[in-house]
Design a protein around this ligand. Structure first.
Ligand SMILES: [Zn+2]
Length: 179
């Protein structure tokens, strides 16, 4: 028997320590969050994606009473990007799903405090990743109502991924040919 080890890292830091691009992306997610349509869960989410051309696209969750037809914020942001600019690879996505006044300290954060994309959205994010399978997209998320954030590469949140390569496709080359 052989065991394949998976290394995962999630970084907790202060907003002020982030690069300007990451700060802007988080602020864009926080700005758009109040627009969420969440009458059933009351759980509003804002998301902002940074594509490889440097454009930012945003999205919010949009709930419907059937539940299964609900759109998640991350998917909405990526679909919004595609509608504006066409199919693109993304380099980062920021999320704000903090819906209370909680304040956390770096040293006290536990895994249950993290609010990262659900499995459905991780798959969607991966679909628009760079082809760099070792690093991929950086996912940044607010941890509290102030300035504590968590960062992780998608390889830490979705370590074993089903993607276009499993179908033998270089999907971005194909999409470029189709345009
Ligand atoms: Zn989701």
């Amino acid at each position: 028997m052989r065991t394949l080890e998976i290394k995962r890292s999630i970084f907790i830091t202060w907003f002020d320590n982030l690069l300007p691009d990451s700060q802007e992306l988080l602020l864009a997610a926080r700005r758009v969050k109040p627009n969420a349509q969440a009458p059933y869960s009351g759980f509003k989410v804002g998301a902002a994606v940074l594509d490889v051309a440097g454009y930012v696209s945003t999205g919010v969750n949009v709930e419907r009473c059937t539940y299964t037809q609900t759109t998640h914020a991350e998917q909405n942001a990526i679909d919004n990007m595609v509608s504006k600019y066409g199919p693109m690879a993304i380099s980062a996505i920021a999320i704000d799903a903090v819906n209370d006044d909680r304040r956390l300290l770096v040293d006290e954060v536990v895994l249950n405090d993290l609010i990262f994309p659900c499995g459905h959205c991780l798959q969607i994010i991966w679909e628009n990743c760079l082809t760099d399978t070792t690093r991929g997209v950086t996912i940044i998320s607010y941890l509290d109502s102030k300035n504590l954030v968590a960062l992780a590469p998608i390889s830490s949140l979705l370590p074993v991924r089903f993607g276009p390569n499993n179908l033998g496709l270089d999907v971005f080359s194909k999409l470029r040919e189709d345009r």
